[in-house]
Write a protein that binds this ligand. Structure first.
Ligand SMILES: [Zn+2]
Length: 285
């Protein structure tokens, strides 16, 4: 059988309008998605995939509005396609997470060949607002948990909350995945941040109906938030379930995989280094 090309795996998009002016763009055989939010004047593209080189043309067929690009966080499957555009908005935490994208071999495409390899990076801060014309998207800075560069986006008008990779149905990666040896990592702090980020999502819960992660199904029930809060408590309380088997073919290819474990509580699950999580497992809060 012929092997599928990289474009077929990483750059083969489907899209549907889930609500008037809101597009879900799906790729990686359904495991990953991006969002296109249209206002009266502009459209916001949240994340840009792996940099296959064919996203912009695809998105420009969905909207005739000028496109603003913003990133939920600076990981290769979310930002590599930024180079198809002149500029992109993101967290300043990109400075720490950049090697996850820019180290040689970090993405399966030659990003230097994209039209704007030196595109402009513009940092967003907590409380910033992106005005699309009769539709405003609010920026919420997350504390370092899944990575060092996460932003959440809240659309109060259309009642949607975009939580990136910091909460999802399959598992949140909570090990250091920055590819940066200088990156700070403290296991207790990461877990506490996962909890406080989740608590912030919960507090804002009256402002949205759809909770929209970037992987493994969307929208997801708000009860996932309670389960992730509970997971952190269950780690510190020593009652969370620890499994050595990851059951994730892609992460199992990572050289870090033998050191990782899966930690479960109800519907919530994380991947984390076992030696790290055992430092705080059952050690109280
Ligand atoms: Zn990520």
């Amino acid at each position: 059988m012929e092997q599928p090309s990289l474009e077929m795996i990483f750059g083969n998009y489907t899209a549907w309008e889930a609500k008037e002016g809101t597009w879900f763009i799906n790729f990686m055989n359904g495991s990953e998605n991006m969002y296109l939010l249209e206002g009266k004047e502009k459209a916001l593209l949240l994340d840009t995939g792996y940099g296959a080189g064919n996203l912009r043309a695809f998105v420009e067929k969905l909207t005739d509005k000028p496109i603003i690009v913003a990133n939920t966080h600076y990981h290769p499957d979310h930002v590599a396609g930024n180079r198809e555009f002149e500029e992109a908005y993101m967290s300043e935490g990109e400075l720490i997470d950049a090697p996850s994208v820019e180290a040689p071999g970090a993405v399966p495409f030659d990003l230097a060949k994209l039209p704007h390899p030196d595109y402009k990076k513009i940092w967003l801060k907590d409380g910033d607002r992106i005005d699309l014309g009769d539709r405003e998207i609010e920026v919420i800075e997350a504390k370092p948990a899944h990575c060092n560069s996460s932003l959440f986006f809240l659309d109060r008008k259309e009642r949607m909350f975009f939580c990136g990779d910091d909460l999802e149905s399959a598992q949140v990666m909570l090990f250091d995945n920055s590819n940066n040896p200088e990156a700070p990592y403290d296991v207790r702090e990461r877990l506490e941040n996962l909890k406080s980020n989740s608590q912030r999502m919960k507090e804002l819960g009256t402002e949205y109906d759809w909770l929209l992660p970037n992987h493994n199904g969307f929208p997801i029930a708000k009860s996932y938030i309670d389960d992730y809060i509970g997971l952190v408590d269950a780690v510190f309380g020593g009652t969370a379930v620890i499994e050595d088997e990851l059951n994730h073919p892609f992460v199992e290819m990572d050289p870090k995989a033998p050191e990782l474990c899966r930690v479960r509580y109800k519907k919530a699950s994380i991947f984390i280094k076992k030696a790290e999580v055992m430092k705080v497992y059952g050690k109280g809060e």
